[in-house]
Design a binder for this molecule. Sequence first.
Ligand code: NAI
Length: 314
Amino acid sequence: MESKKIGIVGSGLIGRSWAMLFTSVGYHVAIYDVTIDQVTSSLAEVLKQLQELEASGMLRGTDDAQTQHNRLTGTATLKECVCDAMFVQECIPENLDLKIKLFAELDKLVGENTILSSSTSCIMPSKFTEPLVHRENCIVSHPVNPPYFVPLVEVVPAPWTSASTVSRTKELMTELGQEPVVFSKELPGFGLNRIQYVILNECYHLVQDGVLSARDVDKLMSCGLGPRYTWMGPLETAHLNADGLGSYIERYGPTIMDVSSTMKGNADWSLPAANDLVQQCNDMIPIDRLEARRVWRDERLTAFAALRTQMKRK
Ligand code: NAI
């Protein structure tokens, strides 16, 4: 029988979120970080969050918070964390050198059946898995923050990742209640961040060129494109906005190409070039109010996740 153990390496924001998802459906999770103090405080933070979710009726899975938390163990060594695990989820900082070093260590510690998965947001898996003995078992499972409420996972194989690693990862993500999308090949930034960066570039130009304020650019999304894309993507939206996508292209294709030819593309995402944009965002939400605003955002994402679940049943 396949092991029901999951190893999580890195117990920051994303590591803790994965731990909560895996324990919610019955997996035993071992979690490791560079210091045991970090592991201990992460275990306490997870328990607090599970209890809060239970109190607000948003706990996932069928077991209570304490039962789910009992499936989570802190470990003092990497070996203990990944030994006999069926799946290891790496959640260390977004730094290529760190990922290269860690995957080389993991490669020596795991057997043939362990999948080595990275949470990286943008780094292609070929960049940190090429020389490994177990490179067929390496893959990216990129979650979207906060993963407990946002279901997408980008499943991105390296050129040498085996088909069975891809299918087992997809099945596991589905079992967690997430929504995996599987890439046929790797690309920098995968899919979500490539689209996000196109949007950010255009927002940058609209603000820096003085066409719109930062507040109004955000309103284009939160009051316009955001609600439109809540339940379906841009392609289905276009498909419905005419008599199918073919008719949309006949009607609007030339306009898309005309407008697109005026776009400036890549912006200068460095400082001080982007100072005006930064200043406007700081005026909108002062830095000392960011934490309160994150709480505000998470409350709304939580309510939205509940609505999504309710609507899915219909
Ligand atoms: P974080 O900074 O909150 O946590 C990283 C944790 O890794 C820290 O606890 C740190 O002590 C630990 N760590 C560092 N080196 C380690 C090592 N060699 N072995 C074990 N633990 C180590 O970072 P966060 O936000 O959790 O991000 C983790 C990964 O997830 C990154 O690759 C990031 O790009 C990706 N990600 C982050 C998202 C976000 O919104 N924060 C969303 C999706 C993916």
